[in-house]
Design a protein around this ligand. Structure first.
Ligand SMILES: [Zn+2]
Length: 275
């Protein structure tokens, strides 16, 4: 696989024929996974991606349409490291996970909620998903010259964030977008945005904007891509109106009406986007 592969392409209003958001980006000697829509532990091997080839998993926020693949991935890797790897004589698989503040705490809650007894069964130092809570714009070195950083979105507006303080252990929740550089190629992934404007400050020099259409129309997103001079637009996290051939035509025609003349790609599960 070169470039990017879409594992799941729908928004949280899940239909019967698409999975939730997850993307895989090739970085040369491995891949990086962006978001963890379910069923990630199945979709990765189905796409021919070895767990050992995953250099990092970047999580934009904790809504289930971006994170529900994590518990089963955690269990899958636990079993791999406890049973398969020792049998094969291969090293344990360890995938660094990067996410918004409190991600480490939330993953620990999942570990406990799903009764995954790493401390008793495995040494803590081969826990397969070590988590780093990221500050905005902090740099992640992905190896081989690839890097990424996460920027704040307004997915949780101030009012919504205040309302969710109790659910977020006393602080307002944070949602991120991602800017990533690999093989001389720069992509920006919106995560879930509060506005298509959220990504604008991060688009300078970007070759590809990967933007969600769960909350916006394609024209609004294309306008931002046009203003920033981004030559390619991949539309993901699609609301139902953008599914199928008719939906793809709608997205293209809205983008053209907004004056965007770059390449417009509307995601399907399994779609590969070369770069
Ligand atoms: Zn979402």
């Amino acid at each position: 696989m070169s470039g990017l592969r879409v594992l799941g392409s729908t928004s949280g209003l899940v239909p019967g024929d698409r999975f939730c958001t997850s993307l895989v980006v090739n970085i040369g000697d491995g891949v990086v996974v962006l978001d963890a829509g379910a069923p990630l532990a199945t979709l990765l091997p189905q796409a021919g991606i070895e767990f050992s080839a995953i250099r990092a998993l970047l999580l934009t926020h904790w809504h289930a349409d971006h994170s529900a693949g994590l518990p089963l991935l955690l269990q899958r890797l636990w079993l791999h490291n406890a049973i398969t790897a020792p049998k094969q004589g291969t090293p344990p698989v360890i995938i660094p996970l990067y996410g918004p503040p409190l991600s480490a705490y939330r993953l620990d809650l999942l570990r406990s909620f799903y009764l995954l007894p790493f401390d008793e069964v495995l040494r803590r130092d081969i826990f397969p998903l070590p988590v780093t809570d990221m500050a905005p714009d902090e740099l992640i070195d992905l190896g081989g010259g690839a890097s990424a950083s996460m920027y704040l979105t307004t997915h949780w507006t101030h009012a919504h964030a205040q309302r969710l303080i109790n659910e977020n252990f006393g602080v307002p929740p944070v949602g991120y977008g991602i800017r990533m550089v690999a093989g001389g190629h720069t992509l920006v992934y919106s995560g879930d945005a509060g506005s298509p404007e959220d990504c604008r400050p991060y688009l300078a020099g970007a070759d590809l904007l990967v933007h969600e259409l769960g909350h916006f129309h394609a024209g609004e997103v294309a306008l931002v891509a046009k203003d920033a001079g981004v030559p390619r637009l991949l539309l993901v996290h699609l609301s139902e109106e953008y599914h199928g051939d008719i939906g793809a035509d709608r997205a293209l025609s809205e983008a053209r009406s907004a004056g965007y003349h770059g390449e417009v790609i509307v995601a399907n599960d399994g779609l590969e986007v070369p770069f």
